[in-house]
Design a protein around this ligand. Structure first.
Ligand code: FAD
Ligand code: NAD
Length: 469
């Protein structure tokens, strides 16, 4: 049996952690999928955002009209967009595998890894052992089990397959109300599909601050997407003209029918720990399959580490990357272990509108009974917002009135994912609201003035009894 210094399971973030500092380690990298490089590259963050940009351009026609510029949307060439995107991504994935297979010290195993014991893995017919094992197996789309879904599988998709379809569907039904539903609703409605989004509750983007989630729902409902709330998928049939008939039920048992060409299921993700035979290694996990790790990314079994979607509370690539850096450091410096900083994890939804957030929501602060001050700043009330003729969008900031540190920042509107960065920085480095607002220039009349003004409102919101240092 071949022995390695390190075995890494999963070629997403797992592959990135094997850098030149491991040049004198004998490493095994195991991947079960045909494509190399994991979710973000092949079927996640990167292709979705490459589709979002053309959708943004298509949607800008309506924006332009409001500003007196007559643009015309003549349609989207889906095959050309798809082939451009995957014509870029697929070679990166193939090139990554090729490069890895030629690495002197790394052996790539193609197959599904499972534990035989705490230091032994089975991959197909091959058995290997390793002094350290990193589990970086990610997550996969959750599927639903309703009648008719399997029979219609050629037109039922998850985020794994929807981006590769042959043509832009005339009618797309999306089931789900989270990140993936929001981003694909924008992509397909922007490019010209009739999109119906069905969610089982009355809240979309449920983990976001309630004001932001409500504003998003309002805007989506008044835009090109047909939003249907409080309905659950109950079955799928085919109509006489070969359309998909998506049948849902509300809480009173009333049935609804939607006709579609394609159906996208976006109801969350399951962690890829079920195939690993964790019991053989004694690795602890939660009932939902989330592998338990400490701040140093160690499982309960010495020498077994985990990172990314399979173990993290945050299913986000920047978090997987940060956890990967922790594992790298800790493998290389076993006497000087570091932890991953999960204090201020930002996230952005690249829908229309964009949403970005970091820190806690107002609802969380209320539930905890924590003191807070809040400021809301509309885009409409800063100069660049005038240029945008913006009416709906805003920044919402939450701070601790005693320390004047930000505890939450939530933005809905143009460039939200970029605007939020100075707030993440301030929270991470412990800058006070007043320092951030007045300790630097804010370019006039650029859009970040919406952040500056929100910060100034927070300064004014502090009552005399709440003066900090
Ligand atoms: C549509 C979509 C859009 C997204 N957009 C964003 C975004 O904009 N920003 C963001 O931060 N995050 C985004 N994410 C989330 C992000 O893609 C993930 O958080 C990230 O890719 C997780 O990385 P990972 O290394 O943990 O897992 P992965 O990249 O999924 O890698 C795990 C690998 O392990 C392999 N594997 C699993 N089990 C085994 C086994 N037993 N043996 C061998 N190999 C195995 C898998 O095949 C896979 O290749 C998005 C996700 C999706 C689905
Ligand atoms: N921009 C980004 O950073 C980005 C983009 C896409 C995905 N992601 C990551 O991927 C994760 C998964 O995304 P997601 O959108 O699949 O999950 P999600 O957890 O964000 O949303 C799942 C949605 O499905 C609904 N749902 C669950 N079960 C259902 C059922 N049986 N019937 C109908 N609806 C049901 C839920 O109410 C919820 O609205 C996200 O949590 C996020 O971390 C991030």
């Amino acid at each position: 049996m071949q022995h390695f210094d390190l075995a890494v399971i999963g070629s997403g973030t797992g592959n990135s952690l094997i850098d030149e500092r491991f040049a004198d380690w004998d490493v095994a990298l195991i991947e079960r999928d045909e494509t190399f490089g994991g979710t973000c590259l092949n079927r996640g963050c990167i292709p979705t955002k490459m589709f979002v940009l053309p959708a943004d351009l298509a949607a800008s026609v309506a924006e332009a009209r409001r500003l007196g510029v007559q643009l015309e949307f003549k349609g989207a060439d889906w095959p050309a967009i798809r082939d451009r995107i995957f014509g870029r991504i697929d070679p990166i994935s193939a090139g990554g595998l090729d490069w890895r297979e030629r690495s002197q010290n790394v052996t790539v195993f193609h197959g599904e890894a499972s534990f035989v014991d705490a230091s032994t893995l089975q991959v197909g017919d091959t058995r290997i052992s390793a002094s350290n094992i990193v589990i970086a197996t990610g997550s996969r789309p959750r599927t639903l089990d309703v009648p008719g879904l399997a029979e219609a599988s050629d037109r039922v998709h998850t985020s794994d397959t929807i981006m590769r379809i042959d043509e832009l569907p005339r009618r797309l039904v999306i089931v789900g109300g989270g990140y993936i539903a929001a981003e694909f609703a924008h992509i397909f409605s922007g490019l010209g599909s009739e999109v119906t989004l069905i969610n089982r509750t009355d809240v979309l983007l449920r983990h976001h601050d309630r004001d932001i989630a409500q504003a998003y729902l309002q805007e989506l409902s008044h835009g090109p997407v047909n939003v249907r709330l409080n309905q659950e998928l109950s079955s799928v049939e085919k109509s006489d003209d070969d359309s998909l008939v998506v049948i849902t039920k509300d809480r009173n048992g009333i049935e609804y029918e939607y006709f579609a060409d394609q159906l996208l299921i976006a109801v969350g993700r399951d962690r890829n720990s079920d195939a690993l035979n964790l019991r053989a290694a004694g690795v602890d996990h939660n009932p939902d399959g989330q592998i338990r790790v400490d701040a140093q990314q160690r499982t309960n079994v010495k020498g077994i580490w985990a990172l990314g979607d399979v173990s993290s509370d945050h299913l986000l690539k920047h978090v997987a990357n940060a956890e990967g850096r922790t594992v790298q450091h800790n493998l290389l410096h076993p006497d000087d272990l570091r932890g991953t900083d999960h204090r201020f994890v930002p996230q952005a939804v690249f829908g229309d509108p964009q949403i970005a957030s970091v820190g806690v929501t107002e609802q969380e602060l209320r539930n905890w009974g924590a003191p807070y001050i809040v400021a809301r700043q509309r885009y409409a009330d800063v100069a660049y917002g005038w240029a945008l003729e913006d009416e709906e969008h805003f920044v919402k900031l939450l701070a601790d009135p005693r320390s004047m540190h930000l505890v939450g920042a939530h933005i809905i509107g143009p460039q939200a994912s970029t605007l939020i960065q100075p707030l993440i920085q301030a929270m991470s480095f412990g800058q006070r609201v007043d320092e951030l607002a007045r300790g630097q220039y804010w370019i006039h009349p650029a859009l970040p003035e919406v952040i500056e003004n929100a910060l100034l409102k927070l300064v004014l919101a502090r009552k005399p009894g709440e003066i900090g240092q």
